[in-house]
Design a protein. Sequence first.
Length: 131
Amino acid sequence: MAESELFEKGLKVRREVLGAEYVDTSLAESDDFMMTFQRIVTEWAWGSAWSNRGLDYRTRSILNLGILTALGRFDELGIYVKGALTSGVTVAEIQATLAHATVYCGTPAGRQAFLAAHRALTAEGALDSSR
């Protein structure tokens, strides 16, 4: 099936933010059943929401960290930490975003968010894992 223009637009943005390797692996590992989800997220989230004017990738990344903390989606948060770094968000800004979210989302959510972010930042080499 030929992909839509919105899918192609979203795929470009998704690769820019999350990295081509991650995105291409997600697509390659998707069978016909899961490609339905891949098309939806690529078109709606990346082709529409992330592609509209008004907010830059950096701001969207910071928002996503807070939203994912509030929703308790810590596996996803780890993915978006890498995207935040790619979008120019600093480790200190990620830390401040999660601290702010902790106050409004509660300490259990904040703790899980910090742990997910710590794993992702360490994996990306943004934190010293020896301490």
